[in-house]
Design a protein around this ligand. Structure first.
Ligand SMILES: [Zn+2]
Length: 230
């Protein structure tokens, strides 16, 4: 049963905002001190509403205001979902930045060849048919000394892992875990989102990927409060 605690968007924003600001500053300092001939790969994971996109937005602002000479791009896969906007990275806090959406190997190749600093949001949504090519380009980019940071969900709402983020985590130099607040008990929630269909926990037989709709919603849960209907 839902306890007396009420987790509002403002509660969550207060919880994630400072941590997101701290991590974006840390990433910015890492970029500044990274040797130009050595690549670096940082990955940000966590449940929804944990501030992942907010870190990228704040990093973009730092790069734009403090180091105009840096050659950087922020991007995300182009997907047909109402919560993911084309050419925009948007946080639940409603902050957003212009980003480049990619959907082909040619676009991925251009991104990895034209920039020194690359940030990619929503990596779990990179289509399966592009993943091997993306990984190949990423490794070549790192070999050339580039700085790469990506963010995404690493666990799905069925208690399992998203495969591509799981693979990327094994390649990252550093994985940063962000937390949200469990919508049921208020404890920190670092992995899972509860998928609700018309307000009820979803069945395990639903597909791994199903974007939010009028009937499907997601909310962060701790492992104790995640419900998977068999
Ligand atoms: Zn909980």
């Amino acid at each position: 049963m839902r306890k007396d605690i009420v987790i509002t968007n403002q509660n969550i924003y207060n919880f994630v905002e400072e941590k997101a600001a701290r991590l974006s500053s840390q990433l910015y300092r890492t970029i500044k001190k990274s040797p130009k001939d050595r690549g670096y790969f940082a990955m940000i994971v966590g449940s929804s509403c944990s501030g992942k996109s907010l870190v990228l937005i704040k990093l973009s602002e730092l790069l734009s205001t403090k180091s105009k000479s840096q050659n950087f791009i922020f991007c995300q896969p182009l997907v047909d979902r109402q919560d993911i906007l084309k050419d925009t990275i948007r946080s639940r806090t409603k902050e957003s930045i212009t980003a480049t959406s990619f959907s082909t190997k040619a676009e991925i190749e251009n991104i990895f060849h034209d920039y020194d600093i690359i940030a990619v949001d929503e990596v779990q949504l990179i289509p399966h048919g592009l993943q091997s090519f993306f990984l190949r380009e990423l490794h070549l980019f790192l070999d050339r000394g580039g700085f790469f940071v990506c963010a995404g969900l690493d666990y799905n709402s069925l208690g399992g892992e998203f495969i591509f983020p799981a693979l990327l985590k094994t390649r990252a130099h550093r994985v940063h875990h962000l937390q949200s607040l469990c919508s049921m008990c208020g404890k920190p929630a670092d992995r899972f989102d509860q998928r609700l269909v018309n307000g009820k926990p979803a069945n395990v037989n639903m597909p791994d990927f199903a974007g939010p709709t009028d009937t499907i919603t997601y909310e962060p849960r701790c492992s104790d409060c995640l419900i998977i209907q068999k």
